[in-house]
Design a binder for this molecule. Sequence first.
Ligand code: NDP
Ligand code: 8X3
Length: 252
Amino acid sequence: MPTTILITGASSGFGAATARRFARDRDTRLILAGRRRDRLEALAAELKDTPCHVLILDVRDREAVFAALNGLPAEFAAIDVLVNNAGLALGLEKAPEANLDDWEQMIDTNCKGLMYVTRAVLPGMVARGRGHIVNLGSVAGTYPYPGGNAYGATKAFVEQFSLNLKADLVGTPLRVTNIEPGLAETEFSVVRFKGDADKAKAVYAGIDPLTGDDIADIVYWVASRPAHVNINRVEVMPVCQGAGAFAVHRRA
Ligand code: NDP
Ligand code: 8X3
């Protein structure tokens, strides 16, 4: 039976790598979603042996999400795997200086957008008795760091939402997984630093970060376990990364 995979944020980074990983299997159909049409069409052209449906979609637009997912062409309508990958960090300022618009955009995308797509896809999965929701959380959802503030909080939401989805779906064959990566070199830091490529490059200077392919392998692995196995969470860091000590400010 063909497997239909919807990947949000397929125009870059983890999403594009995940599309390439699934496209290595025969009988895969891909729904490539994101805002940048040129990127998605180029990826669909690259994966020419795999049926691809390009979906221009801003996950923050609730009505557009439901309209798009309820209006899929018949051959793409039965989604088996949803990879909720679209997301971003904006800024690294500490909370008193942080930009509220950035905080809202992260919440609207990483939390609300992920909820909209999930809620639009779930009833069909339940009715078909087949489906897997794979969410992209982050180590930032578990470990705080200065400037992580609202971004970390959105990823804590994703972690808890994933566990609660699983609780709701007990008694169905559906699966839910939250993947929680650490430092990975994609366009993530270029977006976080609003196009400042030098600042973004400095994040990965002198280290071997995770790559999009590393995460794509994990997405593929969790989705290809036997049907009775649910991988709840995967936390993954590059070897060079670790958690820090608590910060303690001492009187001078
Ligand atoms: P990229 O910036 O390379 O990719 C992000 C993707 O999200 C793009 O394809 C972008 O597509 C899409 N996206 C952003 N906003 C929207 C929106 N409103 N609607 C639809 N799509 C959107 O970053 P990564 O691949 O690294 O990030 C993917 C996910 O992994 C994110 O959720 C991120 O938080 C998470 N993550 C990343 C880590 C890292 O270090 N790189 C580590 C841990 C987690 P477009 O602009 O075309 O809409
Ligand atoms: C991205 C990982 O450590 O830059 O979610 O916040 S981190």
